[in-house]
Design a protein around this ligand. Structure first.
Ligand code: PLP
Length: 369
């Protein structure tokens, strides 16, 4: 069996350090926030080339608080993409604002920058691009449009730890960058976690208050806040794992190169990495016709794969109230019908990559007859 992701093998490779980190937290009894979280905030923020980081309890909370810090609320509009994980859109809805979608562009499946301006109204407050699969959105035109229209840019970098745009780390490009440390992400906690990084001191202090019940000082609540604190255990675990992130990202990138070499085929669209970006390959996404038949064949060969995502958010039953219909975002809809995610994790073996590639190609050739 070839798993889609293998967290256990990763743990065994770093077990001693992880176990020691967990014990430190147990001994300190700092289970919510505390010194480990504060240290992780500093270390991850430095990794992102950003000024300040605020640890929270999920990537969704990071997005929610970043939007609140930007002043987003009922009556406002936030421009984002429909081809993303549902959390991007859920976080906008939590604030009472309305998500306004622009389609993705076909090469990278990130925000189509040519469609942003037509979506801007006098209610627009924020543009929220997603660095999907670990590939950066084309940030320069996004930042340029936002500056001209006085909009705040919040990056959804939940899939893109360590990805770069023109030599700069994602998360540090817009006013705020939001990360997830969900276990399956490139940098994953042993539980839930997230962070907002920002160079802006006002956003930082607001988010720090909001994550901990809006407290300005002990017992004095300046804002209506939330219980979105990062756990001490997750901070300590993430500090250990951060030390390996560079190595793990390199491994992902070389696995992706090998996949792409082995999957040269007219019927397969392998992922493109634009010259402006450095892909972090959270997901190795190919696109093909007859995707569902290939999924079945892989399953029969004992290979786990995924689909990210089978239904774009504008067609999700939960968001039909937004009033979008099939046909509104053809690139997203086409991607949802053709995308296939192959096994991808740092510890993946060359022999496993070869086996997956062989299985995909065999499935395609038998499908053709
Ligand atoms: C995972 C993810 C999130 C949400 O992060 P959680 O930690 O699961 O709340 C948001 N956006 C994208 C694109 C994601 O992949």
């Amino acid at each position: 069996m070839i798993p889609f992701i293998d967290l256990k093998t990763q743990y065994h490779g770093i077990k001693e350090e992880i176990d020691a980190a967990i014990e430190r937290v147990l001994e300190s009894s700092q289970f919510a926030l505390g010194a480990e979280v504060a240290a992780f905030e500093k270390e991850f923020t430095a990794y992102c080339h950003a000024g300040n980081g605020i640890g929270v309890n999920s990537g969704t909370s990071a997005l929610h608080l970043a939007l609140l810090a930007a002043g987003v609320g009922p009556g406002d509009e936030v421009i984002t993409v429909p081809f993303t994980f549902i959390a991007t859109v859920a976080a906008i809805c939590y604030t009472g604002a309305k998500p306004v979608f622009v389609d993705v562009e076909p090469r990278t499946l990130t925000m189509d920058v040519g469609r942003i301006e037509e979506a801007i109204t006098e209610r627009t407050k924020v543009v929220l691009p997603v660095h999907l699969y670990g590939h950066p959105a084309d940030m320069d035109p996004i930042l340029d449009i936002a500056a001209r229209h006085n909009l705040i840019v919040i990056e959804d970098a939940a899939q893109a730890h360590g990805a770069e745009y023109r030599g700069r780390r994602v998360g540090s490009l817009g006013e705020m960058g939001c990360f997830s440390f969900y276990p399956g992400k490139n940098l994953g906690a042993y539980g839930e976690g997230g962070m907002v990084v920002t160079d802006n001191r006002d956003f930082e202090s607001k988010i720090r208050m909001l994550r901990d019940w809006g407290q300005e000082s002990k017992g004095r609540h300046l804002l209506k806040g939330y219980n979105y604190r990062m756990e001490g255990l997750q901070g300590a675990i993430l500090r250990v794992k951060l030390r390996y992130l560079k190595e793990w990202t390199e491994a992902r990138r070389s696995h992706a190169d090998l996949y792409s070499k082995l999957l040269v085929d007219n019927n397969i669209q392998t992922p493109l990495s634009m010259p402006y970006g450095r892909h972090a390959y959270h997901i190795y996404a190919i696109r093909l016709r007859r995707r569902d038949a290939v999924v079945r064949a892989l399953r029969e060969d004992g290979i786990q794969c995924g689909i990210h995502y089978p239904i774009p958010v504008h067609l999700q039953p939960a968001h039909l109230d937004l009033g979008y219909r099939a046909g509104d975002f053809p690139v997203s809809e086409q991607a949802a019908a053709s995308e296939l995610s192959l096994p991808m994790f740092a510890e993946l073996q060359e022999s496993q990559i070869k086996e997956v590639a062989r299985s995909v190609r065999t499935a395609l050739s038998t499908e053709e007859v």
